[in-house]
Design a protein around this ligand. Structure first.
Ligand code: ACO
Ligand code: ZN
Length: 473
Protein backbone atom coordinates (compact mmCIF):
# COMPACT_ATOMS: atom_id res chain seq x y z
CA UNK A 1 0.00 0.00 0.00
CA UNK A 2 2.97 2.33 0.46
CA UNK A 3 4.55 1.86 -2.91
CA UNK A 4 2.73 3.30 -5.83
CA UNK A 5 3.40 2.27 -9.33
CA UNK A 6 2.16 4.59 -12.00
CA UNK A 7 1.53 3.58 -15.56
CA UNK A 8 4.28 4.43 -17.93
CA UNK A 9 3.22 6.89 -20.55
CA UNK A 10 4.69 4.69 -23.29
CA UNK A 11 2.57 1.82 -22.05
CA UNK A 12 -0.63 3.64 -22.94
CA UNK A 13 -2.57 2.68 -25.97
CA UNK A 14 -0.77 4.16 -28.91
CA UNK A 15 -2.53 7.26 -30.08
CA UNK A 16 -4.42 7.21 -33.31
CA UNK A 17 -4.12 10.33 -35.38
CA UNK A 18 -2.31 11.82 -32.46
CA UNK A 19 -5.33 11.41 -30.20
CA UNK A 20 -5.35 9.46 -27.00
CA UNK A 21 -7.19 6.18 -27.13
CA UNK A 22 -9.42 4.70 -24.52
CA UNK A 23 -12.28 2.38 -24.07
CA UNK A 24 -15.62 3.88 -23.31
CA UNK A 25 -17.93 2.39 -20.76
CA UNK A 26 -20.47 -0.13 -21.80
CA UNK A 27 -23.63 1.46 -23.15
CA UNK A 28 -25.90 -1.33 -21.88
CA UNK A 29 -25.58 0.06 -18.40
CA UNK A 30 -27.45 3.21 -19.24
CA UNK A 31 -30.80 1.61 -19.72
CA UNK A 32 -31.65 1.12 -16.07
CA UNK A 33 -34.26 3.14 -14.26
CA UNK A 34 -32.44 6.00 -12.77
CA UNK A 35 -31.70 9.64 -12.85
CA UNK A 36 -29.54 10.26 -15.87
CA UNK A 37 -27.01 12.91 -16.50
CA UNK A 38 -25.97 13.05 -20.09
CA UNK A 39 -22.58 14.44 -20.67
CA UNK A 40 -22.21 16.38 -23.83
CA UNK A 41 -20.89 14.67 -26.87
CA UNK A 42 -17.29 15.03 -27.79
CA UNK A 43 -18.45 16.22 -31.16
CA UNK A 44 -21.09 18.63 -30.04
CA UNK A 45 -22.21 20.44 -33.16
CA UNK A 46 -22.82 23.73 -31.50
CA UNK A 47 -19.21 24.17 -30.56
CA UNK A 48 -18.11 24.14 -34.16
CA UNK A 49 -15.07 22.13 -33.27
CA UNK A 50 -13.79 18.77 -34.29
CA UNK A 51 -13.21 16.80 -31.22
CA UNK A 52 -11.86 13.32 -31.00
CA UNK A 53 -14.08 10.32 -30.74
CA UNK A 54 -12.77 7.94 -28.15
CA UNK A 55 -11.56 4.69 -29.57
CA UNK A 56 -13.48 1.65 -28.65
CA UNK A 57 -10.51 -0.52 -27.98
CA UNK A 58 -7.90 0.27 -25.46
CA UNK A 59 -6.62 -1.02 -22.19
CA UNK A 60 -9.23 -2.42 -19.88
CA UNK A 61 -8.67 -1.69 -16.27
CA UNK A 62 -10.69 -3.36 -13.61
CA UNK A 63 -12.23 -0.75 -11.40
CA UNK A 64 -13.38 -3.36 -8.96
CA UNK A 65 -9.85 -4.34 -8.16
CA UNK A 66 -8.83 -0.73 -7.70
CA UNK A 67 -11.69 -0.05 -5.41
CA UNK A 68 -10.37 -2.60 -3.01
CA UNK A 69 -7.14 -0.68 -3.05
CA UNK A 70 -8.73 2.62 -2.11
CA UNK A 71 -11.09 1.29 0.49
CA UNK A 72 -9.85 1.16 4.04
CA UNK A 73 -6.72 -0.68 4.96
CA UNK A 74 -6.87 -3.58 7.33
CA UNK A 75 -5.99 -1.43 10.29
CA UNK A 76 -9.27 0.38 9.98
CA UNK A 77 -12.41 -0.91 11.58
CA UNK A 78 -14.53 -2.93 9.20
CA UNK A 79 -17.26 -0.33 9.54
CA UNK A 80 -15.28 1.74 7.09
CA UNK A 81 -16.19 -0.63 4.36
CA UNK A 82 -19.77 -0.78 5.49
CA UNK A 83 -20.22 2.94 5.64
CA UNK A 84 -18.73 3.32 2.20
CA UNK A 85 -20.81 0.53 0.82
CA UNK A 86 -23.95 2.17 2.03
CA UNK A 87 -23.22 5.18 -0.06
CA UNK A 88 -21.59 3.67 -3.07
CA UNK A 89 -23.03 0.88 -5.07
CA UNK A 90 -20.77 -1.94 -6.08
CA UNK A 91 -18.55 -0.82 -8.89
CA UNK A 92 -18.33 -2.79 -12.02
CA UNK A 93 -15.47 -3.53 -14.29
CA UNK A 94 -15.17 -0.84 -16.86
CA UNK A 95 -12.85 1.79 -18.06
CA UNK A 96 -13.54 4.93 -19.91
CA UNK A 97 -12.11 8.12 -21.04
CA UNK A 98 -13.33 11.63 -20.93
CA UNK A 99 -12.44 13.94 -23.70
CA UNK A 100 -13.57 16.94 -21.90
CA UNK A 101 -13.47 20.08 -23.60
CA UNK A 102 -15.63 20.36 -20.54
CA UNK A 103 -13.87 23.58 -19.80
CA UNK A 104 -16.72 25.65 -21.10
CA UNK A 105 -19.08 23.16 -22.46
CA UNK A 106 -22.06 21.64 -20.80
CA UNK A 107 -21.09 18.33 -19.40
CA UNK A 108 -24.27 16.96 -18.05
CA UNK A 109 -27.85 17.07 -18.98
CA UNK A 110 -30.20 15.90 -16.32
CA UNK A 111 -33.27 13.86 -16.91
CA UNK A 112 -35.53 12.23 -14.43
CA UNK A 113 -36.65 9.41 -16.63
CA UNK A 114 -34.56 6.34 -16.87
CA UNK A 115 -33.70 6.33 -20.52
CA UNK A 116 -30.57 7.50 -22.15
CA UNK A 117 -31.27 10.44 -24.39
CA UNK A 118 -29.42 12.20 -27.07
CA UNK A 119 -27.29 15.06 -26.10
CA UNK A 120 -28.87 18.44 -25.90
CA UNK A 121 -26.65 21.06 -27.42
CA UNK A 122 -25.85 24.02 -25.24
CA UNK A 123 -28.39 26.81 -25.21
CA UNK A 124 -27.38 29.56 -27.55
CA UNK A 125 -26.39 32.61 -25.64
CA UNK A 126 -25.77 30.68 -22.50
CA UNK A 127 -23.03 32.33 -20.57
CA UNK A 128 -19.80 30.42 -20.37
CA UNK A 129 -16.80 31.18 -18.33
CA UNK A 130 -13.61 31.48 -20.26
CA UNK A 131 -10.88 30.22 -18.04
CA UNK A 132 -8.74 27.29 -19.09
CA UNK A 133 -8.03 25.96 -22.54
CA UNK A 134 -11.10 25.22 -24.55
CA UNK A 135 -9.35 22.62 -26.63
CA UNK A 136 -7.88 20.91 -23.67
CA UNK A 137 -7.94 17.16 -23.91
CA UNK A 138 -7.75 15.29 -20.72
CA UNK A 139 -7.48 11.60 -20.70
CA UNK A 140 -8.58 10.10 -17.46
CA UNK A 141 -8.19 6.47 -16.72
CA UNK A 142 -7.94 4.29 -13.73
CA UNK A 143 -4.56 3.06 -12.72
CA UNK A 144 -3.35 0.78 -10.02
CA UNK A 145 -2.59 3.53 -7.58
CA UNK A 146 -4.27 2.99 -4.24
CA UNK A 147 -4.85 6.72 -4.13
CA UNK A 148 -6.23 8.88 -6.88
CA UNK A 149 -6.53 8.35 -10.56
CA UNK A 150 -3.92 9.73 -12.86
CA UNK A 151 -4.81 12.62 -15.00
CA UNK A 152 -2.83 13.20 -18.11
CA UNK A 153 -2.78 16.70 -19.38
CA UNK A 154 -1.70 17.56 -22.85
CA UNK A 155 1.83 18.81 -23.42
CA UNK A 156 2.22 22.35 -22.25
CA UNK A 157 -0.34 21.97 -19.49
CA UNK A 158 0.83 22.24 -15.96
CA UNK A 159 1.18 18.69 -14.82
CA UNK A 160 1.68 19.45 -11.16
CA UNK A 161 -1.85 18.44 -10.45
CA UNK A 162 -1.15 14.82 -11.04
CA UNK A 163 -2.01 12.96 -7.94
CA UNK A 164 1.29 11.23 -7.48
CA UNK A 165 2.17 13.85 -4.92
CA UNK A 166 5.84 13.67 -5.65
CA UNK A 167 7.21 17.13 -6.17
CA UNK A 168 9.77 17.25 -8.92
CA UNK A 169 11.86 19.93 -7.29
CA UNK A 170 12.15 21.38 -3.80
CA UNK A 171 9.35 23.78 -3.08
CA UNK A 172 9.90 27.42 -2.39
CA UNK A 173 7.02 27.40 0.04
CA UNK A 174 6.26 25.18 2.96
CA UNK A 175 4.81 21.94 1.70
CA UNK A 176 4.86 19.17 4.26
CA UNK A 177 5.17 16.29 1.86
CA UNK A 178 7.41 13.79 3.48
CA UNK A 179 10.72 13.16 1.84
CA UNK A 180 11.38 9.65 2.95
CA UNK A 181 14.78 9.44 1.30
CA UNK A 182 16.48 10.63 4.48
CA UNK A 183 14.26 8.79 6.88
CA UNK A 184 15.61 6.12 9.07
CA UNK A 185 13.42 3.61 10.78
CA UNK A 186 14.22 4.90 14.30
CA UNK A 187 12.87 8.36 13.61
CA UNK A 188 9.60 6.81 12.60
CA UNK A 189 9.02 4.80 15.75
CA UNK A 190 6.35 6.03 18.10
CA UNK A 191 8.17 7.75 20.95
CA UNK A 192 5.45 9.20 23.19
CA UNK A 193 3.27 6.91 25.21
CA UNK A 194 0.50 9.18 26.32
CA UNK A 195 -0.43 12.86 26.13
CA UNK A 196 -2.75 14.58 28.53
CA UNK A 197 -4.56 17.44 26.87
CA UNK A 198 -7.27 19.10 28.93
CA UNK A 199 -9.70 16.38 29.93
CA UNK A 200 -8.41 13.95 27.31
CA UNK A 201 -5.65 11.39 27.31
CA UNK A 202 -4.35 10.76 23.82
CA UNK A 203 -2.38 7.74 22.67
CA UNK A 204 -0.09 8.86 19.86
CA UNK A 205 -0.01 6.78 16.70
CA UNK A 206 3.35 7.88 15.29
CA UNK A 207 6.67 9.48 16.06
CA UNK A 208 6.79 13.15 16.90
CA UNK A 209 10.02 15.06 17.56
CA UNK A 210 9.35 16.20 21.10
CA UNK A 211 12.60 16.70 23.05
CA UNK A 212 14.19 13.37 23.72
CA UNK A 213 14.25 13.79 27.51
CA UNK A 214 10.43 13.85 27.44
CA UNK A 215 9.99 10.72 25.42
CA UNK A 216 10.48 8.27 28.27
CA UNK A 217 7.73 9.76 30.42
CA UNK A 218 4.56 7.78 31.01
CA UNK A 219 2.52 10.94 30.34
CA UNK A 220 3.41 14.15 28.58
CA UNK A 221 1.27 17.06 29.75
CA UNK A 222 0.08 19.74 27.35
CA UNK A 223 -1.61 23.02 28.15
CA UNK A 224 -4.78 22.62 26.10
CA UNK A 225 -4.84 26.33 25.20
CA UNK A 226 -1.26 27.26 24.27
CA UNK A 227 -0.21 23.61 23.63
CA UNK A 228 3.01 24.04 25.60
CA UNK A 229 4.39 20.65 26.66
CA UNK A 230 5.40 19.98 30.26
CA UNK A 231 6.99 17.04 31.93
CA UNK A 232 4.72 16.67 34.96
CA UNK A 233 1.31 17.52 36.29
CA UNK A 234 2.93 19.84 38.80
CA UNK A 235 4.64 21.78 36.02
CA UNK A 236 1.34 21.96 34.12
CA UNK A 237 -0.50 23.27 37.17
CA UNK A 238 2.18 25.92 37.68
CA UNK A 239 1.93 26.82 34.00
CA UNK A 240 -1.85 27.14 34.17
CA UNK A 241 -1.58 29.75 36.91
CA UNK A 242 0.46 31.88 34.49
CA UNK A 243 -1.12 31.02 31.14
CA UNK A 244 -3.99 33.37 30.43
CA UNK A 245 -5.10 31.82 27.18
CA UNK A 246 -8.51 30.20 27.11
CA UNK A 247 -8.61 29.89 23.34
CA UNK A 248 -6.05 29.51 20.59
CA UNK A 249 -4.15 32.68 19.74
CA UNK A 250 -5.03 34.54 16.55
CA UNK A 251 -8.37 35.75 15.24
CA UNK A 252 -11.65 34.02 15.70
CA UNK A 253 -12.97 34.07 12.13
CA UNK A 254 -15.97 31.81 12.54
CA UNK A 255 -18.46 31.07 15.28
CA UNK A 256 -21.71 29.18 15.13
CA UNK A 257 -23.15 27.64 18.26
CA UNK A 258 -20.25 26.22 20.21
CA UNK A 259 -17.99 25.75 17.18
CA UNK A 260 -15.34 28.38 16.45
CA UNK A 261 -12.42 28.63 14.06
CA UNK A 262 -9.30 30.62 14.86
CA UNK A 263 -6.83 31.74 12.21
CA UNK A 264 -3.25 31.64 13.39
CA UNK A 265 -0.31 33.02 11.48
CA UNK A 266 2.67 30.66 11.68
CA UNK A 267 5.01 33.64 11.71
CA UNK A 268 3.25 35.69 14.35
CA UNK A 269 2.46 32.80 16.66
CA UNK A 270 5.46 30.63 16.15
CA UNK A 271 5.56 28.85 19.50
CA UNK A 272 1.88 27.90 19.27
CA UNK A 273 2.23 26.78 15.66
CA UNK A 274 5.25 24.63 16.42
CA UNK A 275 3.53 23.06 19.41
CA UNK A 276 0.48 22.36 17.25
CA UNK A 277 2.68 20.69 14.63
CA UNK A 278 4.34 18.54 17.29
CA UNK A 279 0.97 17.41 18.56
CA UNK A 280 -0.35 16.81 15.05
CA UNK A 281 2.68 14.78 14.05
CA UNK A 282 1.66 12.19 16.65
CA UNK A 283 -1.24 11.32 14.31
CA UNK A 284 0.26 12.05 10.91
CA UNK A 285 2.72 9.57 9.53
CA UNK A 286 3.43 10.81 6.07
CA UNK A 287 4.19 14.47 6.61
CA UNK A 288 7.47 16.08 7.48
CA UNK A 289 7.48 18.41 10.43
CA UNK A 290 9.00 21.74 9.62
CA UNK A 291 10.13 24.06 12.33
CA UNK A 292 9.68 26.94 9.96
CA UNK A 293 6.00 27.60 10.38
CA UNK A 294 6.22 31.06 8.78
CA UNK A 295 4.77 30.02 5.40
CA UNK A 296 1.62 28.58 6.98
CA UNK A 297 -1.68 29.64 8.38
CA UNK A 298 -3.32 27.36 10.90
CA UNK A 299 -7.07 27.07 11.24
CA UNK A 300 -7.94 25.64 14.63
CA UNK A 301 -11.44 24.43 15.30
CA UNK A 302 -12.65 24.60 18.89
CA UNK A 303 -15.66 23.66 20.90
CA UNK A 304 -16.70 26.12 23.57
CA UNK A 305 -17.84 25.45 27.12
CA UNK A 306 -17.82 27.50 30.31
CA UNK A 307 -14.10 26.76 30.80
CA UNK A 308 -12.92 27.89 27.39
CA UNK A 309 -12.43 27.02 23.72
CA UNK A 310 -11.20 23.43 23.49
CA UNK A 311 -9.23 22.34 20.47
CA UNK A 312 -11.02 19.69 18.40
CA UNK A 313 -8.93 19.69 15.24
CA UNK A 314 -7.15 21.90 12.78
CA UNK A 315 -5.78 22.21 9.31
CA UNK A 316 -2.78 24.10 8.06
CA UNK A 317 -2.56 25.93 4.79
CA UNK A 318 0.32 27.43 2.87
CA UNK A 319 0.02 31.18 2.54
CA UNK A 320 0.95 30.77 -1.09
CA UNK A 321 0.60 27.51 -2.93
CA UNK A 322 1.74 27.05 -6.49
CA UNK A 323 -0.05 23.70 -6.55
CA UNK A 324 -3.44 25.11 -5.47
CA UNK A 325 -3.26 23.31 -2.15
CA UNK A 326 -5.87 24.63 0.23
CA UNK A 327 -4.91 22.23 3.00
CA UNK A 328 -1.43 21.04 3.96
CA UNK A 329 -2.24 18.90 7.00
CA UNK A 330 -5.58 18.14 8.56
CA UNK A 331 -6.34 16.48 11.85
CA UNK A 332 -9.23 15.72 14.12
CA UNK A 333 -7.93 14.85 17.57
CA UNK A 334 -8.73 11.19 18.25
CA UNK A 335 -11.35 11.75 20.99
CA UNK A 336 -13.38 13.73 18.45
CA UNK A 337 -12.88 11.52 15.42
CA UNK A 338 -15.69 9.85 13.47
CA UNK A 339 -18.24 12.41 14.58
CA UNK A 340 -18.25 14.56 11.47
CA UNK A 341 -15.62 17.09 12.56
CA UNK A 342 -13.19 16.02 9.83
CA UNK A 343 -15.72 16.81 7.13
CA UNK A 344 -16.50 20.06 8.90
CA UNK A 345 -12.82 21.01 8.71
CA UNK A 346 -12.77 20.05 5.03
CA UNK A 347 -15.94 22.02 4.35
CA UNK A 348 -14.40 25.02 6.08
CA UNK A 349 -11.25 24.78 3.95
CA UNK A 350 -13.39 24.94 0.81
CA UNK A 351 -15.42 27.85 2.18
CA UNK A 352 -12.14 29.75 2.54
CA UNK A 353 -11.27 28.87 -1.05
CA UNK A 354 -14.68 30.13 -2.17
CA UNK A 355 -14.03 33.48 -0.50
CA UNK A 356 -10.62 33.56 -2.18
CA UNK A 357 -12.29 32.81 -5.50
CA UNK A 358 -10.03 29.82 -6.06
CA UNK A 359 -10.32 26.10 -6.37
CA UNK A 360 -8.23 24.04 -4.01
CA UNK A 361 -7.07 20.55 -3.27
CA UNK A 362 -5.45 18.88 -0.28
CA UNK A 363 -1.73 18.31 -0.36
CA UNK A 364 -0.84 14.83 -1.57
CA UNK A 365 -0.34 12.13 -0.60
CA UNK A 366 -3.41 11.76 1.51
CA UNK A 367 -3.41 9.33 4.40
CA UNK A 368 -5.91 6.49 4.23
CA UNK A 369 -8.19 8.29 6.65
CA UNK A 370 -7.65 11.54 4.78
CA UNK A 371 -8.66 9.89 1.52
CA UNK A 372 -11.78 8.38 3.08
CA UNK A 373 -12.84 11.72 4.47
CA UNK A 374 -12.12 13.68 1.30
CA UNK A 375 -13.85 11.10 -0.89
CA UNK A 376 -16.87 11.27 1.31
CA UNK A 377 -16.88 15.08 1.26
CA UNK A 378 -16.35 15.31 -2.51
CA UNK A 379 -19.02 12.70 -3.17
CA UNK A 380 -21.63 14.44 -1.07
CA UNK A 381 -20.73 17.87 -2.40
CA UNK A 382 -20.90 16.84 -6.05
CA UNK A 383 -24.04 14.75 -5.68
CA UNK A 384 -25.69 17.66 -3.87
CA UNK A 385 -25.06 19.83 -6.93
CA UNK A 386 -26.11 17.24 -9.49
CA UNK A 387 -29.30 16.33 -7.68
CA UNK A 388 -30.33 19.93 -7.21
CA UNK A 389 -30.02 20.82 -10.88
CA UNK A 390 -33.31 22.14 -12.13
CA UNK A 391 -34.60 21.59 -15.64
CA UNK A 392 -33.54 24.31 -18.01
CA UNK A 393 -36.56 25.55 -20.07
CA UNK A 394 -38.07 22.14 -19.84
CA UNK A 395 -34.87 20.55 -21.04
CA UNK A 396 -32.46 18.56 -19.01
CA UNK A 397 -30.16 20.94 -17.16
CA UNK A 398 -26.56 20.92 -18.20
CA UNK A 399 -23.45 21.46 -16.23
CA UNK A 400 -19.74 21.20 -16.95
CA UNK A 401 -17.05 19.80 -14.74
CA UNK A 402 -15.63 23.27 -14.66
CA UNK A 403 -18.89 24.66 -13.34
CA UNK A 404 -19.07 22.02 -10.63
CA UNK A 405 -15.53 22.95 -9.71
CA UNK A 406 -16.28 26.67 -9.63
CA UNK A 407 -19.40 26.26 -7.51
CA UNK A 408 -17.74 24.00 -4.98
CA UNK A 409 -14.11 25.22 -5.16
CA UNK A 410 -13.18 21.54 -5.47
CA UNK A 411 -10.34 21.29 -7.95
CA UNK A 412 -11.38 19.91 -11.31
CA UNK A 413 -9.18 16.86 -11.00
CA UNK A 414 -10.87 15.91 -7.75
CA UNK A 415 -14.30 16.33 -9.34
CA UNK A 416 -13.27 14.03 -12.16
CA UNK A 417 -11.66 11.47 -9.88
CA UNK A 418 -14.77 11.40 -7.69
CA UNK A 419 -17.13 10.88 -10.65
CA UNK A 420 -14.74 8.23 -11.83
CA UNK A 421 -14.52 6.59 -8.40
CA UNK A 422 -18.30 6.49 -8.21
CA UNK A 423 -18.28 4.97 -11.68
CA UNK A 424 -20.91 7.41 -12.86
CA UNK A 425 -19.51 8.23 -16.26
CA UNK A 426 -20.43 6.24 -19.31
CA UNK A 427 -19.95 6.79 -22.97
CA UNK A 428 -22.98 6.13 -25.10
CA UNK A 429 -23.73 6.98 -28.71
CA UNK A 430 -21.19 9.72 -28.90
CA UNK A 431 -22.04 11.30 -25.61
CA UNK A 432 -21.05 11.05 -22.02
CA UNK A 433 -23.69 10.04 -19.58
CA UNK A 434 -23.66 10.29 -15.85
CA UNK A 435 -26.06 7.79 -14.45
CA UNK A 436 -27.19 8.25 -10.90
CA UNK A 437 -28.67 4.96 -9.87
CA UNK A 438 -31.33 4.68 -7.20
CA UNK A 439 -28.70 3.24 -4.88
CA UNK A 440 -26.59 6.34 -5.28
CA UNK A 441 -29.52 8.71 -4.82
CA UNK A 442 -30.86 6.92 -1.76
CA UNK A 443 -27.42 6.43 -0.26
CA UNK A 444 -26.74 10.11 -0.70
CA UNK A 445 -30.01 11.13 0.91
CA UNK A 446 -29.36 8.85 3.87
CA UNK A 447 -25.82 10.18 4.27
CA UNK A 448 -27.00 13.79 4.14
CA UNK A 449 -29.60 13.16 6.82
CA UNK A 450 -26.79 12.01 9.09
CA UNK A 451 -24.62 15.01 8.34
CA UNK A 452 -25.61 17.40 11.08
CA UNK A 453 -22.44 19.43 11.37
CA UNK A 454 -22.28 21.97 8.60
CA UNK A 455 -20.46 25.23 8.03
CA UNK A 456 -22.70 28.26 7.79
CA UNK A 457 -20.96 30.67 5.39
CA UNK A 458 -22.83 33.57 6.97
CA UNK A 459 -20.85 33.05 10.18
CA UNK A 460 -17.49 33.27 8.42
CA UNK A 461 -15.65 36.57 8.75
CA UNK A 462 -12.62 36.15 6.59
CA UNK A 463 -10.73 38.47 4.31
CA UNK A 464 -8.04 36.74 2.31
CA UNK A 465 -4.65 38.40 2.10
CA UNK A 466 -2.54 38.58 -0.99
CA UNK A 467 0.63 37.07 0.40
CA UNK A 468 2.54 37.52 -2.82
CA UNK A 469 2.50 41.26 -2.25
CA UNK A 470 4.01 40.99 1.19
CA UNK A 471 7.49 39.95 0.23
CA UNK A 472 8.34 37.73 3.13
CA UNK A 473 5.31 36.33 4.93
N1 ACO B 1 -12.68 4.18 9.61
C1 ACO B 1 -13.57 4.23 8.61
N2 ACO B 1 -14.07 5.37 8.10
C2 ACO B 1 -13.65 6.49 8.65
C3 ACO B 1 -12.73 6.53 9.72
C4 ACO B 1 -12.24 5.29 10.20
N3 ACO B 1 -11.40 5.22 11.22
N4 ACO B 1 -12.51 7.80 10.07
C5 ACO B 1 -13.26 8.56 9.25
N5 ACO B 1 -13.94 7.77 8.40
C6 ACO B 1 -14.87 8.20 7.37
C7 ACO B 1 -16.21 8.45 8.01
O1 ACO B 1 -17.01 7.32 7.95
C8 ACO B 1 -16.74 9.60 7.20
O2 ACO B 1 -17.36 9.17 6.04
P1 ACO B 1 -18.97 9.06 5.94
O3 ACO B 1 -19.54 10.29 6.54
O4 ACO B 1 -19.20 8.94 4.48
O5 ACO B 1 -19.33 7.83 6.72
C9 ACO B 1 -15.51 10.34 6.73
O6 ACO B 1 -14.44 9.43 6.84
C10 ACO B 1 -15.26 11.57 7.53
O7 ACO B 1 -15.51 11.32 8.87
P2 ACO B 1 -15.41 12.48 9.95
O8 ACO B 1 -15.99 12.00 11.23
O9 ACO B 1 -15.95 13.74 9.38
O10 ACO B 1 -13.83 12.62 10.05
P3 ACO B 1 -12.91 12.64 11.34
O11 ACO B 1 -13.34 13.70 12.28
O12 ACO B 1 -12.78 11.28 11.88
O13 ACO B 1 -11.55 13.14 10.71
C11 ACO B 1 -9.45 12.78 9.67
C12 ACO B 1 -10.97 12.58 9.55
C13 ACO B 1 -9.15 14.26 9.83
C14 ACO B 1 -8.78 12.26 8.43
C15 ACO B 1 -9.00 11.99 10.95
O14 ACO B 1 -9.19 10.63 10.72
C16 ACO B 1 -7.57 12.24 11.33
O15 ACO B 1 -7.25 13.23 11.94
N6 ACO B 1 -6.68 11.28 10.99
C17 ACO B 1 -5.29 11.36 11.37
C18 ACO B 1 -4.56 12.42 10.57
C19 ACO B 1 -4.75 12.24 9.08
O16 ACO B 1 -4.59 11.15 8.56
N7 ACO B 1 -5.08 13.35 8.40
C20 ACO B 1 -5.24 13.40 6.96
C21 ACO B 1 -3.90 13.43 6.34
S1 ACO B 1 -3.96 13.95 4.65
C22 ACO B 1 -3.69 15.62 4.70
O17 ACO B 1 -3.29 16.10 5.75
C23 ACO B 1 -3.92 16.46 3.51
ZN1 ZN C 1 -0.79 27.51 28.24
Amino acid sequence: MKKLQFPKKEAKTPPKNGLPGSRPGSPERDVRKSLDLSVQSASAPSRGKTLPTPKRKAETVSLASQVSAVTPVSSLPSSAEESQASVFPALRDSSFSITPREEHQPLAALTTNGSTRRLIPPQPGRKRKTCGGTDEMVKVFQNNSPRCSSIYLPPGEDSQDSSDGIPSAPRMTGSLVSDRSHDDIVTRMKNIDCIELGRHRLKPWYFSPYPQELTGLPILYLCEYCLKYLKSLKCLQRHLTKCNLRHPPGNEIYRKGTISFFEIDGRKNKAYSQNLCLLAKCFLDHKTLYYDTDPFLFYVMTEYDSKGFHIVGYFSKEKESTEDYNVACILTLPPYQRRGYGKLLIEFSYELSKVEGKTGTPEKPLSDLGLLSYRSYWTQTILEILMNLKPDNGERPQITINEISEITSVKKEDVISTLQYLNLINYYKGQYILTLSEDIVEGHERAMQKRHLRIDPKCLHFTPKDWSKRGKW
